[in-house]
Write a protein that binds this ligand. Structure first.
Ligand SMILES: Cc1cc2nc3c(=O)[nH]c(=O)nc-3n(C[C@H](O)[C@H](O)[C@H](O)COP(=O)(O)OP(=O)(O)OC[C@H]3O[C@@H](n4cnc5c(N)ncnc54)[C@H](O)[C@@H]3O)c2cc1C
Length: 400
């Protein structure tokens, strides 16, 4: 039996690893667009900051792939899928036959429609090659503007700040981490980021990159300008849907998969950033990891259901503890929001409760209670009796 995996990111690699753990004989071929073996993308942040040497970026040593008998074909992207004849075409034109196919070709960094975004000095950070290009360009330049105040934008800002440059962050929405925080938490975080010497500008929509061939500044809606030598765009990602669409698989915002992680074809599975399950496109590691394991087990004939992943995010900026779990910005009045803020200590905690169950948590400036409340969220535990004291530092979670 031959399984072809398209993509050697987290999802493709975990799918290959799981297949091998379960079955010593299955033939596994991974076709990859990049020229590098798998590296966890968060390592790019540490590499950019100068905290992680190149040789420690990769998840496995080169020998791991031959020991595991996993054939990775670097710089050989799959360019077309022929579901009826169970083949893919790879760059160069060769066709490869499969018994089963796993699509794990992830997502691409999204650049909003900004005039002049093609100019030199405007970057996104998704791959190791992007990191090399940014570091090379930064050599003689002193001013960096990060477009996007989400997790990736703030972590990137902190990374380049440690290269001794002046860093500004601009965010379209009215507060930082719009997907993970509410305005109160966002405001506290802004103060903490600014204390690190990073300027934050909120509510600014970037319209134009200024300069001839290379960037000299950015112009925002309303006419405001910021002079800068480099722009790092961190405005989200979009699933890589082209080959799936051309093969006639159902796509929406992502590649639509059922509970067994199959798109609309019996010999094909999908995992990771490319997927859309139950209306959700996750774009995070825990979901990609779970999906890759389940997809691999299902390729081998198990019928495991994917039941979704509760989004859990931690901001990895030294000196700031910040965790956001589940639903943090409820859309209607059927949710209760309970908050505790201590401005002197720089701490803020909030839980969101519906029908007696906690379904969301924000925790800034402290880790106290984070793992316990996260477990309550996963367990869907009823906390009605304790909800008013749940955020107290000395609350005894063992009573629930
Ligand atoms: C800098 C950075 C930091 C991050 N930090 C976090 C974090 O702290 N926590 C978190 O939860 N998430 C984080 N993420 C998001 C996380 O990395 C993704 O959710 C995860 O990488 C998804 O894995 P994937 O394998 O589905 O997709 P990808 O990582 O996108 O990998 C897909 C691979 O497929 C390849 N490919 C594309 N098309 C083809 C083709 N046609 N043929 C062959 N190969 C192809 C791509 O080149 C890529 O290597 C971060 C992302 C970035 C960029």
């Amino acid at each position: 039996m031959r399984v072809i995996i398209i993509g050697n990111g987290l999802a493709g690699t975990i799918a290959a690893k799981t297949l091998r753990e379960q079955d010593r004989t299955v033939e596994i071929d991974v076709f990859a667009d990049e020229k590098y073996h798998y590296y966890p993308r968060p390592n790019l942040i540490e590499f950019l900051a100068g905290n992680l040497p190149l040789e420690r970026i990769f998840a496995f040593p080169e020998e791991w792939y031959s020991e595991q008998n996993v054939n990775v074909h670097l710089e050989k992207p799959g360019i077309r899928i022929f579901p009826d004849s169970k083949e893919i075409e790879v760059a160069g034109g060769k066709r490869e036959k499969y018994d089963f196919l796993v699509l794990a070709n992830g997502s691409l960094a999204f650049v909003p429609p900004i005039k002049g975004a093609e100019k030199q000095g405007v970057f996104t950070l998704r791959t190791l090659d992007d990191a090399f290009e940014i570091l090379d360009y930064l050599k003689n330049r002193r001013r960096v503007t990060v477009i996007g105040g989400g997790l990736l934008g703030l972590e990137t800002a902190r990374a380049v700040k440690s290269r001794d440059v002046k860093v500004e962050v601009v965010e379209f929405f009215g507060h930082l981490l719009p997907r993970q925080l509410d305005p109160q938490g966002g405001s506290l975080l802004k103060g903490q980021i600014e204390k690190m010497g990073i300027n934050v500008h909120l509510g600014l929509a970037c319209e134009e990159v200024l300069g001839q061939d290379s960037i000299t500044g950015l112009r925002f809606k309303g006419g405001r300008e910021i002079q800068t030598d480099v722009a790092l765009v961190a405005a989200g990602v979009r699933p890589n849907l082209r080959i799936a669409q051309e093969a006639g698989l159902e796509t929406d915002r992502g590649l639509v998969v059922d509970d067994y992680l199959q798109p609309s074809h019996p010999d094909i599975w999908a995992a990771g950033d490319i997927t859309q399950h139950a209306g959700r496109v996750y774009g995070i590691i825990p979901a990609s990891f779970n999906q890759a394991r389940i997809a691999a087990l299902n390729v081998l004939g198990q019928r495991q259901k994917y039941e979704g992943t509760i989004p859990s995010n931690t901001l990895k900026v030294v000196g700031i503890d910040l965790t956001s779990v589940g639903m943090v910005n409820p859309e209607d009045g059927s949710f209760e929001e309970l908050r505790v803020e201590n401005a002197d200590k720089g701490t803020y905690k909030k839980i969101v409760v519906k029908n007696g169950e906690v379904c969301g948590l924000i925790c800034i400036g402290t880790k106290k209670g984070v793992s316990e409340i996260s477990r309550l969220i996963s367990r869907k535990a009823n906390v009605e009796k304790w909800k008013d004291s749940l955020l107290e530092d000395d609350f005894d979670y063992s009573v629930i």
